[in-house]
Ligand binder design. Structure first.
Ligand SMILES: [Zn+2]
Length: 110
């Protein structure tokens, strides 16, 4: 089971203490399972900016695409993204590639 990143500082060194999750980096404590209902989906780009449905982003590094003949190039503009749960947390459509999913850490908000 993997623990979520800290809600406050995004640190990945969160640990469990009983029902609580505790961040050793900023001392933030919270109970898992409540925050998502209250705050909704929180997706950050490579700069730590909050992304929203409908945003336009650019790709920050060349990415290999499964089944595609070419790589997705750094600087490619992606319009009208949709945020989803999961490892690849951006749903989008890219010219020349079609519908695909991206990781938010590989994009930058425009
Ligand atoms: Zn923290």
């Amino acid at each position: 089971m993997s623990l979520p990143n800290c809600l406050q500082c995004q640190s990945e060194y969160v640990y469990e203490d009983g029902l609580l999750l505790i961040c050793p980096m900023c001392s933030f404590e919270w109970t898992p399972g409540q925050e998502e209902v209250e705050e909704g989906l929180k997706v950050l780009d490579s700069n730590g900016n909050l992304l929203q449905d409908g945003d336009t982003v650019t790709i920050v590094k060349d990415l290999k695409v499964k089944g595609a003949l070419k790589d997705l190039k750094q600087g490619t503009r992606v319009k009208n993204i949709r945020l989803v749960e999961g490892d690849h947390n951006i749903d989008c459509k890219i010219d020349g590639f079609g519908p695909m999913k991206l990781k938010s850490e590989f994009v930058k908000k425009l």
